[in-house]
Design a protein around this ligand. Structure first.
Ligand code: UD1
Ligand code: CA
Length: 459
């Protein structure tokens, strides 16, 4: 096997996206397109991977991190010009160079490796991955000679009516003999409809130089979709979603309706977890086994244990233990930790709070900056009053404490272990362990007074 290099082009602005965000940073299933390509390439054996950056260079660089070497293309004069920027690093080296575009997020390393193996086995100067599309509009067309051999690639904008009818397209993924690639790159001109230096022209030049150049049609044409606008972005998203969903199903996760289940590219889910429709799992979320999630649930960057149930709720940047029940209609905000067997019920909001094992806030509660021990019971309508308009204050509640319905705990305040707060109390002072706190005015009943109010209607 020869030494293998990869060059990923990602310098274009992506005018057709009509966006402030540079094209390759647009996300597919929650991951920037360029990261999809870099991650896939990372799974193949390349000695060096280069990314050509230009528009948004700094943002693209930080997205690529240390997983490839970035090379700046100051002016974007075309895809051939982009590859030429790597001549200092690659020009004159023996080996094979794969070139692909950062706006092709669905490509897999298997397909890329097949292409290289094919080119090397055939001892070809280059091999182009091609696909047959019902609607080839926008893509470069593969022009073959009368005998069927590859002759050249013609861009959509330069194609004659006859050439436009060709359904075999250039996917933009090529495997080159590295020396020949750099030898011919500098010979590419820009006398075409867009006044750009086209990388596909290298193919025609190699053919003219009597080098062996082959087309390698892929069966998996869906992988090669290039994203130039939002319509193609949505198509890529849909395809990637089904790929991710299939992977999880194959690994033992039940998706009641894969069509309406949105799982991020990075998330992990344990076996026998069941996901109901309308569930969106975002970012770096890890879910254990045997959970029931959804319907209509949004989870972002959370770690969730096993056997936990989350129904119609929103969770962000939090840690949830095993056998926890959340929802329906709960909101778990960042930096919360909900321990094993706890229960967060309907219309409960938890913010930056810790809820101990088996503790319950079953209905209509707000927990902000609170730390609850184990076996705490938060009655219906309880509120930790954590904000005075300027600062946030903490509430600490000991193991086994019982907070009656509609109590306000005005922070900073500590409720001791096993303490009992009477319903309707507004607690402004800490309560010792095992004490009872009542903070409300006594009730007065005035007999027959209601008759005097004469509020009843005359029926
Ligand atoms: C390109 C191919 C076309 C192919 C299609 C497949 C050329 C001229 N055409 O067309 O044959 O069918 O991809 O999707 O290559 N880029 C740079 N620097 C530049 C110009 C572009 O880095 O100066 C990058 C872009 O960021 C993008 C990629 O190269 O990631 C492709 O450029 P784009 O303008 O999208 O080419 P297409 O018109 O799609
Ligand atoms: Ca493109």
């Amino acid at each position: 096997m020869s030494t293998r290099y990869a060059v990923i082009l990602a310098a274009g602005k992506g005018t057709r996206m009509k966006s402030k965000l540079y094209k390759v940073l647009h996300q597919v299933c929650g991951k920037p397109m360029i990261r999809h390509v870099v991650d896939e390439i990372g799974q193949a054996r390349f000695s060096k991977v280069f990314v050509i950056v230009g528009h948004g260079a700094e943002d693209v660089r930080s997205c690529v991190r240390n997983d490839a070497d970035c090379i700046l293309q100051k002016e974007q004069l075309g895809t051939a010009h982009a590859v030429l920027q790597a001549s200092e690093q690659l020009g004159g080296l023996d080996g094979t160079t794969i070139v692909l575009y950062g706006d092709t997020p669905l490509i897999t390393h298997e397909t890329v490796e097949k292409l290289i193996d094919f080119q090397e086995k055939e001892h070809a100067a280059a091999a182009v991955l091609t696909a047959r599309l019902e609607d080839p509009a926008g893509y470069g067309r593969i022009i073959r000679s009368a005998t069927g051999s590859l002759e050249k690639i013609v861009e959509d904008k330069d194609a004659t009516d006859e050439e436009k009818k060709v359904k075999e397209i250039n996917t933009g993924i090529y495997s080159f003999n590295n020396r020949l690639l750099f030898k011919l790159l500098s010979k590419v001109g820009n006398n075409n409809a867009q006044g750009e230096y086209y990388l596909p022209d290298v193919i025609g030049l190699l053919v003219k130089a009597s080098e062996k150049v082959l087309a390698y049609p892929t069966e998996r044409f869906e992988e090669t979709v290039g994203v130039n606008d939002r319509v193609q972005l949505a198509a890529a998203e849909k395809y990637m979603r089904m790929r991710i969903n299939r992977k999880h199903m194959e690994q033992g996760v039940t998706l009641i309706d894969p069509e309406t289940t949105y799982l991020s590219a990075e998330c992990s889910i344990g076996g026998d977890t069941i996901i109901y429709p309308g569930t969106v799992i975002k970012g770096d979320t890890n879910i254990g086994s045997g959970c029931v999630i959804g319907p209509h649930t949004e989870i972002t960057n959370c770690t969730i244990g096993s056997d936990t149930q989350i129904d119609q709720s929103v969770l962000e940047d939090s840690w949830i233990g095993d056998d926890v029940q959340i929802g329906p209609f709960a909101h778990i905000r960042p930096l919360s930790r909900i321990h094993n067997q706890a229960k967060i019920g309907n219309f409960v909001e938890v913010k930056k709070s810790e809820v101990g094992e088996r503790s319950k806030a079953s209905h209509l509660t707000y927990l902000g900056d609170a730390t609850l021990g184990a076996d705490v019971n938060m009655g219906c309508g309880t509120i930790t009053v954590n904000y005075d308009g300027k600062n946030k204050f903490a509430t600490i509640i000991g193991d086994g404490a019982f907070i009656g319905c509609n109590a306000n705990l005005v922070a900073p305040v500590t409720i001791g272990t096993g303490a009992f707060v009477a319903a309707g109390s507004t607690i402004t002072e800490s309560v010792n362990a095992d004490a009872l706190a009542i903070a409300r005015s006594r009730q007065t009943n005035k007999e027959n007074y209601a008759l005097k109010l004469n509020y009843r209607t005359n029926n």
